[in-house]
Every structure is written in structure tokens, then in C-alpha cells.
Design a protein. Structure first.
Length: 468
């Protein structure tokens, strides 16, 4: 990887074509520019015609930090289950190793960046539902808009090949100008209406919960997260932009994400960080234990207090804390976390929340942390692999990317992954949405069913299926 002071992208492309000819290889050239402010949703919508089906969207929960990718200059995809995190890391490293990068802003979330995720369980038999998503899928975009602390940047990534000539730069420049002009337009979208909502055998799901809980009482499994799927049918093709717009407005303190692949779109608003790596600083989140929001302030406070003092939810949460703390201590030093959980309040639900921070050892990479942590007992259970095996045996659905890691990694090894909950897969005029719940020995099937009904609300509301 060569990071050189700013000269013209044109010279860089010319140098890369020469290098491609010499090494018979493809060479990435990447340029980061500060640009005038631009609406993230308008940029995403402006890419619909030329890059539709090849876009991603990402918003960080606590600050105005967006990354929107249009087009795919490189895809890293595999259905291989073994060492999938290592293989993605290796292919990404080889791709940027030869890159020529013009970056004189040096702001995280700009420059060559891979965005994507991993399926929850690559060893579960894959169904047609997720046929458009490999079990590891990352896109490096042609253009990426980044909004970081109020400043807007455009990253242009081009892969130069030996057959390219000097006209290649002109083509890229024209594409970039056309895109920036389009991103200034205002977009209108047709409203959609929900015509049907189907669930596969809800009573059977409750029976499976009761069966799993009986097993937890005997051990050795201590916790298992079981999920449900709703299949929604609408009166016309679902536009991604209005769903994103509602998620951004209704789920302010969640990660809002969308990843398009071959015409389908995986989309959601997750409150749960899996891991963030910023130089040698590592951040993770324990989020497990739930209760509804109150209809008024007094009721909300009473519900929050009862969650903080409920043994079943405290144990459900503590299993997550114990596992994440151990995983972080295996890979980091100076691991610190609060002694007890606090409340994380979202629009429809409130959770027990414990943040964990640590200092990464020198050779610890972001994807090695993702591998170590996924799935936490908030999404799988405890012990990890026996719980995942129980889910594989009992759950009559294909989670695909639901509850898997989704996020980004940049060319300097920094990045962030959320767990892809409060999410759904949009397929034309239909969508599958998913919701899970942590089962422990004191769980009650009806209560867990109601908890998952609340967790469907962010996506149902964003799809216009319920009044939010
Ligand atoms: C598995 C999900 O939520 C997890 C995260 C927060 C609270 C949870 C719970 O209380 O069960 C779950 O562990 C989901 O939203 O589908
Ligand atoms: Mg729960």
C-alpha cells in the first residue's frame, strides 16, 4: 500500500495502469476528497439508477457519522465456513497491499473501505431465501460518501487493469461528476401498503421455547437465543430509501444499515455493537435483557426499574457480560467495564446494557476480534458452540445475515461491526423480518413471544406495517 501526498488522480491511474501491465495484476487507486455537504439519503438514491443492487448504507448511532457506498469495485465473497474471517482478512489485505492511495485527510471511515458481513451460522443448511448473500460478503465501493463530525468526504476507488488506457481516467471523472450532480436532487417515493403478514406456526415456536427451557433446567446448556420470522407481502415493490428514511428518524440511537446484493437488500437498525477497533482501542457492548417502554414517563421509569431488578433478565445479561469480558481479556489488556448494567432506552423497547473497553494487543486485528466474539450469548447462547448447535437443530428458519456481524473495515485496520438484529431481508414486494430472544431456565414461552413481538416493531414501522 502506497499512501502518497496529493497529486492528480489522473497521474495515479496512469501509474497504476503501468504497474498493472508490469505485474499483470489489478491495482486499486483510491482518492479521498473533501466535498460540499451532501444528504446521505440523496447520495444513496442518486446511485439507484446506475448502481442499484450494488449499494450500502451505514449510520453510526451516537454521532452524525455516515458511510454510503455506490457500485462495487471489488467483492470479497465466499460460502466457505472454515476460517471465513481469516480468509476475508487475507483477501482484503492483498487487495490494499498494492493500492495507490491519495489520502491527505486521514479521517477514519474514508479511503478504501470494505463494507459487509457474515451469516450467523455458515454450517446451517442455506435456503433459497438467502441465495443472493454468500455467508461472507463484503463490497469495496466505486464511490463512497463519508460524513464524519460534520465534514463530508468522497472516496473514489478504481481498479486499474493492464488493458486500460488514458481514457479510463476520463470515464471515471465523468462518472464522478454525474453522480455528484445527481446527489443534489430531491427524491420522492411512492407509499406502500402491507397486504399480508404470515408467520410459520407460532404455536410450534412457543412449544420449541418450552422444550428448550426444559433442557436448560437440566443443563449443560445455560442459555439459547431462539428467533422468529415474519413474511410480509406488500402491494408493490418496496423502495429501500423510504425504509431507510423511517429507520433514521425512528431509531436515532441505533446503527442503521443496508446492504444490497443481486437485487435483494438486507436492512435494519441495530442497537448492539459487536466490536469497534480504533487504533489499539477496542470497544464492545453487552446488550441482553429487555422490557417494553412505558406509555408515560412514570410507567417507563417503573418498567426500567423492574428490568434492572429482575433476576431472569439479570442472569440473561450476565451470561453475555461474562463471555465478552473473557473474550476481550484473551485479546486485550486493560479491559474495563461497569460492575452492573444500566438501561439503554430505544423507541419501542429498553435493554440492560454494559459497555466493555480494552487495549488491543499488537497483533490483534479487527476481524480476529469479530471471530472471537461472534456469536455472543445475546445472539447465540452459552456455551457458544453447543448453543449454536441447538439453534441449528430447533430453529425452523434460515437466519442468514440476521444476528450476524455487519459493518466496515478500512485500509488502516480500523472499523466497526454491529450485530444485525431488528432487521429484515427485502425481496421485491416481499420482506422477511426477524426477532429473537434469550432463553434461560426461568423463561416463559408467552413472555418471550411478546418480547419478540416488540422487537419486530422497528422494521414493521419502517415498512409502514404499523403506526410507529
Ligand atoms: C436477539 C435479539 O435481541 C438480543 C439483543 C438484546 C436483547 C435481547 C433479549 O433480551 O433477548 C437479545 O439478546 C433480537 O432483537 O432479535
Ligand atoms: Mg430477552
Amino acid at each position: 500500500m502506497v499512501t502518497i501526498q496529493r497529486t492528480e488522480l489522473k497521474e495515479g491511474i496512469q501509474a497504476a495502469i503501468e504497474k498493472a501491465k508490469k505485474n499483470s495484476a489489478s491495482i486499486l487507486v483510491s482518492e479521498v476528497q473533501k466535498i460540499d455537504s451532501c444528504s446521505p439519503l440523496s447520495f444513496f438514491a442518486a446511485g439507484k439508477e446506475k448502481y442499484g443492487g450494488k449499494r450500502f448504507f451505514w449510520k453510526h448511532p451516537s454521532q452524525e457519522r455516515y458511510m454510503i457506498g455506490l457500485g462495487i469495485c471489488k467483492e470479497i465473497a465466499s460460502d466457505q465456513a472454515t476460517d471465513r474471517f481469516f480468509h476475508v482478512e487475507k483477501e482484503w489485505g492483498q487487495f490494499i497491499d498494492q493500492a495507490i492511495i491519495f489520502d491527505d485527510v486521514h479521517v477514519q471511515g474514508t479511503g478504501p473501505t470494505a463494507f459487509g458481513g457474515f451469516s450467523f451460522d455458515p454450517d446451517k443448511e442455506k435456503t433459497m431465501l438467502w441465495s443472493k448473500f454468500s455467508s461472507s460478503l463484503f463490497h469495496i465501493p466505486r464511490f463512497m460518501l463519508s460524513i464524519m463530525e460534520g465534514q463530508t468526504y468522497l472516496t473514489t476507488n478504481v481498479v486499474c487493469k493492464e488493458e486500460h488506457d488514458a481514457t479510463f481516467y476520463t470515464a471515471v471523472e465523468n462518472e464522478r461528476q454525474e453522480l455528484l450532480a445527481g446527489a443534489r436532487k430531491h427524491f420522492m417515493f411512492d407509499p406502500i401498503s402491507l397486504v399480508d403478514q404470515l408467520e410459520v406456526k407460532p404455536d410450534a415456536w412457543k412449544q420449541s421455547v418450552t422444550q428448550v427451557v426444559e433442557g436448560l433446567k437440566k443443563g449443560p446448556l445455560k442459555k439459547v437465543v431462539l428467533a422468529r420470522e415474519l413474511r410480509l407481502v406488500f402491494n408493490r415493490k418496496i423502495q429501500i430509501e423510504p425504509v431507510l428514511d423511517r429507520l433514521l428518524n425512528e431509531q436515532k440511537n441505533s446503527y442503521v444499515f443496508a446492504l444490497e446484493s443481486e437485487g435483494d437488500c438486507f436492512i435494519g437498525a441495530s442497537p448492539e455493537r459487536l466490536v469497534k477497533k480504533d487504533q489499539d482501542q477496542v470497544f464492545s457492548t453487552c446488550l441482553a435483557g429487555s422490557i417494553a417502554r412505558g406509555k408515560n414517563e412514570a410507567e417507563d421509569e417503573q418498567l426500567g426499574h423492574s428490568l434492572l431488578t429482575d433476576d431472569k433478565n439479570l442472569i440473561e445479561h450476565q451470561y453475555v457480560v461474562d463471555m465478552i469480558k473473557e473474550a476481550m481479556e484473551d485479546t486485550c489488556s486493560k479491559v474495563t467495564l461497569p460492575s452492573k448494567p444500566q438501561l439503554l432506552k430505544l423507541k419501542h423497547i429498553q435493554h440492560l446494557y454494559t459497555p466493555v473497553i480494552g487495549k488491543a494487543d499488537e497483533h490483534t486485528s479487527l476481524l480476529s476480534l469479530v471471530e472471537k466474539l461472534h456469536p455472543t450469548p445475546a445472539l447465540g447462547g452459552l456455551p457458544k458452540m453447543p448453543a449454536v448447535a441447538k439453534i441449528r437443530e430447533v430453529e425452523e428458519l434460515d437466519r442468514g445475515f440476521f444476528a450476524g456481524p455487519i459493518g466496515w473495515l478500512d485500509y488502516k485496520g480500523n472499523g466497526e461491526f454491529a450485530v444485525a438484529i431488528r432487521s429484515g431481508l427485502i425481496q421485491g414486494n416481499e420482506a422477511s423480518i426477524f426477532a429473537g430472544c434469550g432463553l434461560v431456565e426461568d423463561s416463559i414461552a408467552e413472555t418471550e413471544y411478546e418480547e419478540t413481538n416488540i422487537k419486530f416493531k422497528p422494521m414493521l414501522s419502517a415498512l409502514g406495517g404499523i403506526k410507529s
